[in-house]
Design a protein around this ligand. Structure first.
Ligand SMILES: Cc1cc2nc3c(=O)[nH]c(=O)nc-3n(C[C@H](O)[C@H](O)[C@H](O)COP(=O)(O)OP(=O)(O)OC[C@H]3O[C@@H](n4cnc5c(N)ncnc54)[C@H](O)[C@@H]3O)c2cc1C
Length: 387
């Protein structure tokens, strides 16, 4: 396959344009915003104005009419410039996609133009304290009360709830309270009575915070339900596969950023007769990290291509593999990059050490390395299940 068939000239132009925006902001901007407890509002607004946030959303609702392939390019390039926007993983990629595919006309008109132009943001909540990786165990329950829904439950590690106008909450209906998950999705406005949040103290230097949420008899109109109450996993995975592809983009961008810093350093730092990058003990792991990031990107492109072509099943396997490959490649690239800088790898000035924690996110979320290996063992290889 020639590289032209993997990425079109338009994709390449998009990469170049987003990279230029990323250069304008860079790592220092994001680090300062995080330090001051703010949010990357200026970058978010600029990315929206240039059509990047809404690039995958339908044109008729203010989007760019592209797909997850384009959206993942945006996130990867911002990450490679040191300023990834984590909320892109949830707001346009999960929530925007689910609403575009399964929302009512009214939901589309209410949310999609705002998600595309950045004036509205939506968070996404599936993880629960007592379910964790086992989503079939989630207990957030929706019961009917006349035309309304009453939602009760708890969520944990939900990103960006404070800045999101609403959170797309995954629950289950009262009739489907046990057994295999038949998920249903509700748009819960940030200030809905009974919807409370407390920030989790994370060891992450990031502008986006994670929250524990309590839904205490939150009353929602029937219009808060997105899609069918019994549409099942298909509807959920319409959002989760883009999330995995976008997490791969996030990880690849971060890995590229760290690697570029390390390569720059290795070319100039000299403690013997040649720069340290001449020593193969340093050069080879950096080269291997580059190869792994490229391979991960290839799988990400395949997953995005399958997803955008409407092959949800094929995209599911590829999105898992891409997330796995990218998470592992990112962790290794960051680790080697920090090491390449010696003591400077741990200084604030060079800013790489905080990526050690950040890079682990892609190994854990939104689905852990082990759960992907489980999925591939059972679904792809047909091996028996131990749990
Ligand atoms: C920074 C950050 C942001 C996040 N943002 C969001 C968000 O916006 N929305 C949201 O819904 N969630 C979010 N999450 C949650 C994330 O998706 C979960 O942390 C993740 O799914 C793992 O769940 P857990 O933390 O409960 O780990 P657990 O499920 O408790 O797993 C702990 C360990 O056990 C392993 N394990 C579990 N089961 C098995 C098994 N069967 N076989 C082998 N190993 C197993 C796991 O791989 C893991 O290593 C976020 C998490 C982080 C760290």
């Amino acid at each position: 396959m020639s590289s032209a068939t993997i990425e079109t000239p338009e994709h390449k132009a998009l990469r170049t344009a987003v990279a230029a925006l990323g250069q304008k902001y860079g790592r220092e901007y994001l680090a300062r915003v995080a330090r001051e407890g703010g949010h990357p509002d200026e970058l978010w607004a600029d990315a929206a104005k240039l059509g990047y946030l809404g690039v995958s959303l339908p044109e008729e609702y203010g989007g760019g009419g592209g797909g997850i392939a384009e959206l993942s390019i945006v996130l990867e390039e911002l990450g490679a410039a040191g300023c990834p926007l984590l909320m892109m993983v949830v707001s346009p990629a999960i929530c925007g996609t689910v609403i575009s595919r399964f929302g009512t006309e009214d939901q589309k008109r209410t949310w999609l133009p705002g998600l595309a132009d950045g004036s509205l943001t939506m968070a996404f909540g599936i993880t629960e304290p007592d379910a964790g990786s086992n989503s079939h165990r989630i207990t957030t329950t929706a019961r009917r009360d006349g035309d309304d829904w009453i939602l009760t439950g708890r969520k944990v590690f939900i990103s960006g709830v404070d800045i999101a106008d609403a959170t797309l909450i995954v629950g289950r209906t009262e009739d489907a309270r046990s057994g295999r998950l038949v998920p249903c999705l509700f748009i819960v406005p940030r200030e809905a009575p009974g919807f409370t949040r407390s920030v989790i103290d994370m060891e992450l230097q990031a502008a986006e915070k994670q929250f524990e949420l309590v839904l205490d008899d939150v009353r929602l109109p029937s219009s808060a339900l997105v899609g069918d109450e019994d549409a099942g996993l298909l509807q959920l995975f319409a959002g989760l596969n883009p999330e995995r592809i976008m997490t791969a983009a996030f990880a690849i961008g971060m890995g590229r950023y760290a690697l570029a810093k390390a390569v720059d350093y290795a070319k100039t730092r000299q403690v013997w007769k040649d720069p340290i990058g001449a020593h193969q003990a340093l050069a080879h792991p950096l080269a291997a990290a580059h190869i792994e990031l490229e391979l991960a990107r290839l799988m990400m492109q395949k997953a995005a291509h399958l997803y955008d072509a409407g092959d949800d099943m094929g995209a599911g396997e590829a999105a898992n593999m891409a997330k796995y490959a990218a998470g592992e490649a990112c962790v290794r690239a960051v680790d080697q990059s920090v090491h390449t800088l010696g003591g400077n790898g741990l200084t604030r000035e060079y800013g790489l050490a905080s990526l050690i924690t950040a890079s682990r996110v892609a190994r854990i979320a939104p689905v852990s390395r082990e759960m992907i290996l489980n999925f591939i063992s059972h679904q792809t290889l047909g091996l028996p299940k131990s749990y």
